[in-house]
Write a protein that binds this ligand. Structure first.
Ligand code: C2E
Ligand code: CA
Ligand code: CA
Ligand code: CA
Length: 273
């Protein structure tokens, strides 16, 4: 604010409008960046309980021309605010499917925002992308959060089933951070739930967090879903999670998000002559 402390203006209002202008500018810069194909994807390894790579998660990165790297939570929020998350999100799926062609043994997961998923044409768009890229549908996993399904569960189930018929897999992201998870989890045809990293982080801090992790794993197993733990940073966390029965893990212990060129899939099983 230019007039802080002078007493002529309501300082609070001036600050608000500065922040507003900055936010709108960021939204506009992002819209242009999406149009110009200026965003990039990095990929984080997903490993089985034994540490072997089984897939990757695509994560968006944006380097602003003057601000430098903008954190994903910040630019994703800006994209949701302006509506450009829909273009961004479709680009992510297309780019991830293209990149995944280089890793025949791996699944590729893409994050899908609520606004993107709720469009009636979402399933059709994913089908077109699969056709255009030629990625086998079984190798694509879509991660959605409960926000995407709350309020229109019937439509959500229909869209998920439409794509699951082709083999596309669905994961419920950030499980445990919402509030109404249990009520609808039973009805939703997810292949996988992802335990939020906040639970992984608190495993060593006490018995409660540990029993929550045990409860989520047995819930997932009971519903026939696989369970992935996120944010695994230490060997002790890996040991605990493996003993608890999680199917897969992700975290800095196994690999940070990295450019596509650095992903090294396990070699395909070869049959001996
Ligand atoms: P998320 O989907 O839960 O992704 C996991 C986040 O945790 C990523 O942050 C990843 O870099 C970070 N992470 C991975 N392993 C560790 C670890 O061991 N320790 C810690 N502390 N963090 C770890 P990132 O890339 O900053 O993304 C943050 C969030 O932004 C994502 O959370 C997701 O909600 C959103 N996001 C990122 N890319 C996209 C996208 O393309 N589309 C949509 N809709 N959302 C995205
Ligand atoms: Ca995710
Ligand atoms: Ca997550
Ligand atoms: Ca998260």
């Amino acid at each position: 604010a230019k007039h802080e402390g002078r007493g002529f203006y309501c300082v609070y209002d001036v600050d608000m409008s500065d922040a507003y202008v900055a936010t709108k500018q960021l939204e506009e810069d992002l819209r242009v960046a999406i149009e110009n194909n200026d965003l990039t994807l990095v990929y984080q390894p997903v490993v089985a309980a034994n540490g072997k790579i089984i897939g990757v998660e695509a994560l968006s990165r944006w380097k602003h021309p003057t601000l430098g790297m903008v954190s994903p939570p910040r630019f994703i929020a800006a994209a949701e605010q302006s509506g450009s998350i829909v273009q961004l999100g479709d680009w992510v799926i297309r780019q991830a499917c293209n990149d995944a062609l280089a890793w025949p043994t791996l699944t590729v997961a893409a994050n899908v925002s609520a606004m993107q998923f709720r469009r009636p044409e979402f399933a059709q768009i994913v089908k077109s992308i699969l056709q255009e890229t030629g990625l086998p549908p079984q190798r694509l996993e879509l991660e959605i959060t409960e926000t995407a399904v709350i309020g229109n569960i019937e439509d959500a189930i229909a869209a998920i089933n439409d794509l699951r018929k082709l083999g596309v897999q669905f994961a419920l992201d950030d499980f445990g951070t919402g509030y109404s998870s249990l009520a609808y989890l039973r009805r939703l045809p997810f292949d996988r739930i992802k335990i939020d990293q906040s639970f992984t982080a608190s495993i060593e801090s006490g018995a409660e967090a540990a029993s929550i992790v045990h409860a989520i794993v047995s819930l997932g197993r009971g519903l026939g879903m696989k369970v992935t733990a996120e944010g695994v940073e230490t060997p002790d966390q890996q040991l605990f999670l493996r003993a608890a029965g999680v199917h897969a893990m992700q975290g800095y212990l196994f690999g940070r998000p990295m450019p596509a060129a650095e992903i090294e899939p396990a070699p395909a099983q070869t049959t001996r002559a």
